[in-house]
Design a binder for this molecule. Structure first.
Ligand SMILES: [Zn+2]
Length: 322
């Protein structure tokens, strides 16, 4: 029995998984990662034993736990390092904090790396060089090279959200200007949507805003699919900016596939189409000749299953409980 945990910027997901990575039970709830580790870790310490008990699983049957977090991770230490989305978590001892609820080995990694592990497992090693992009509150990239996850020399490989898309662009939470994340991830899409609604340029978004006080990225997607020109322009703009960064990655890395996941990826077909168009326009012909850009397989469960893959692999590699 494995435990997969996906700590997102705005959500907390827990899954109990069989060794074949089939999901036995799953629990999801909203959570604000910026509130710091205290409240979220306290919830995990309550939820995990409760889930095990509900499913009749004794705690000592947990083989390993995999945890994904939305920031750069020092994998060996199992700690976040200067995470822009979650400053209160810097160097926090996540593993030690869960010791009181399980004796099983606990492995922590960046959420997008876990998505890449999930895709790698799903593809059964049929493709060996690919990228997985997560677009949600932030933007990150998991890199698979020769069939293995590539973490880089210090673990921050694929932290593409802070690549500059426009030097004159808006200030990012990392302190720099015009990062692709600040211009194209969910908060930017919402800000553009709110502006279009409040200025009256988008009657459809204005109606949605009137009904609920605060728009979400999914509202802009729904308005776009319903034919609202302003909402459509926002979705395309986000896709084009991300595609511009991906084009550089494609020229540099020459992947055979790029899988797009995360909450914003479900915003509508125009998003993926804009990414494809931008990548094809800006990449070298040889790099894009056989390149496929598609939605991540396994959908919203990619990260949770990836957490299970991490737990399984690392437990086998380390030869049992640490
Ligand atoms: Zn930034």
């Amino acid at each position: 029995m494995l435990v997969g945990i996906d700590i997102g910027a705005t959500s907390l997901d827990i899954a109990l998984l069989r060794p074949d990575l089939g999901i036995i039970a799953r629990h999801a709830q909203e959570a604000d990662v910026q509130a710091g580790p205290g409240p979220i870790m306290a919830r995990l310490r309550t939820l995990l034993p409760a889930m095990l008990a509900q499913n009749g699983i004794a705690p000592d049957r947990v083989l390993a736990v995999g945890i994904g977090v939305p920031g750069p991770v020092n994998f060996a230490a199992g700690q976040l390092v200067n995470p822009p989305l979650m400053p209160g978590w810097d160097s926090y001892a996540i593993r030690e904090d869960l010791r009181e609820v399980t004796d099983a080995p606990i492995f922590v990694d960046n959420d997008v790396n876990l998505m890449a592990l999930g895709v790698l497992w799903r593809q059964r090693k049929q493709i060996e060089n690919f990228l997985v992009i997560k677009v949600g509150t932030g933007i990150g990239c998991g890199i698979v090279c020769h069939g293995e996850l590539y973490r880089g020399s210090t673990g921050s490989a694929g932290d593409i959200g802070h690549i500059c898309a426009d030097p004159e662009g808006p200030l990012c939470r990392c302190g720099n200007r015009g990062c692709v994340e600040a211009m194209a991830a969910a908060p930017a899409i919402v800000a553009m949507g709110m502006e279009a609604a409040q200025s009256g340029r988008s009657p459809s978004l204005a109606d949605r805003l009137a009904a609920k006080d605060q728009l979400e990225a999914a509202d802009i997607g729904a308005a776009s699919r319903a034919g609202d020109a302003e909402a459509d322009a926002i979705v395309r703009r986000s896709g084009h900016l991300i595609g511009q960064v991906l084009a550089a990655l494609v020229n540099f890395y020459n992947p055979s596939h790029i899988f797009i996941g995360g909450g914003v990826s479900a915003i509508g077909p125009m998003f993926l189409a804009a990414i494809r168009q931008s990548v094809n326009q800006r990449s070298l012909a040889l790099s894009t000749r056989h390149l496929e850009i598609t939605s991540a397989p396994l959908g919203p469960e990619t990260g949770l299953i990836g957490a299970g893959v991490l737990a399984m692999r690392e437990a086998l590699r380390s030869g049992g409980p640490a």
